[in-house]
Design a protein around this ligand. Structure first.
Ligand code: ADP
Length: 246
């Protein structure tokens, strides 16, 4: 959310990339892309490229960090220096610490942490290319990577954002819309339980706009959820050698 764009972001009902207000960007999800990690997932979402890797559950060291009642879920969201136009300074910053925290809190709602006392489950999310909506893409990838690692979960979490540009509520903002739009509403959602596990808001929405945006984001998350399940099914039903973007 920044200043206003000098050119309109919506012309004759179509957005800059030709999408209708309630349309998602093209999305591809692939599970099990890394050999070394226990579970992994790669997501291409519009121009976003995000990879997630899961290690564990495994004994947590040093011991004083252990919880005797449940596993400790550790999440790290990181943007590669080459993921944005101007080189991003490597290492954690306020934004990545915040995103790691909200993603951890969302995933804590689905992972059966109590099955693994004294253990750690590590989730690494690397943004290779960013074009707005990376926290939703990272959450989506992390959730598939956890399932791919065989970590017991109540269900998958799907991420999807809605927003507002030129006074219109739209689904799934891309970079220009995020920069010059009036609002962004990222959501983490469990469709089978109708449960919201992440909800943030940037910018201004009226009460009605908020309701519409939430509705759009939930509908989008349901579509993402179907793709997540398909990706996992594909991984376990196809030959690894031929499982590339089928
Ligand atoms: P999200 O990626 O979840 O939408 P933000 O709204 O904070 O999170 O960021 C929107 C977009 O702005 C990011 O996806 C990325 O493309 C861009 N962005 C974020 N941080 C930086 C940065 N330090 N330098 C350049 N671009 C950035």
């Amino acid at each position: 959310m920044g200043g206003k764009s000098s050119t309109p972001l919506i012309v004759k009902g179509k957005r800059l990339d030709g999408r209708k207000p309630e349309e998602l960007r093209p999305i591809k999800i692939e599970a099990g892309v890394l050999n070394r990690a226990d579970g992994s997932c790669y997501v291409e979402w519009g121009k976003n490229k995000v990879i997630a890797a899961v290690y564990g559950p495994r004994e947590l060291h040093p011991k004083h960090l252990q919880d005797n009642t449940q596993a400790v879920l550790r999440c790290r969201y990181n943007m590669a220096p080459f993921s944005v136009d101007d080189r991003k300074r490597p290492g954690p910053d306020r934004r990545s610490v915040e995103i790691s925290k909200v993603i951890r809190e969302a995933l804590e709602r689905v992972v059966f942490l109590n099955y693994f006392p004294t253990s750690a489950i590590d989730v690494f999310m690397e943004v290779l290319q960013a074009d707005a909506g990376t926290r939703c893409a990272a959450l989506t990838a992390a959730s598939v990577a956890l399932a791919d690692a065989g970590v017991p979960m109540r269900d998958l979490v799907a991420g999807c954002a809605a927003g507002k540009v030129d006074g219109t509520v739209v689904l799934d903002l891309m970079q220009e819309e995020d920069n010059y739009g009036e609002g962004d509403l990222p959501l983490g959602y469990i469709p089978s339980k109708d449960e919201i596990v992440l909800l943030q808001m940037d910018g201004d929405f009226t009460k009605d706009e908020f309701k519409t945006a939430l509705n759009y984001a939930i509908k989008g998350a349901k579509k993402i959820y179907a793709l997540q399940k398909e990706a996992l099914k594909r991984k376990y039903t196809t030959n690894k050698e031929t499982a590339k973007w089928i």
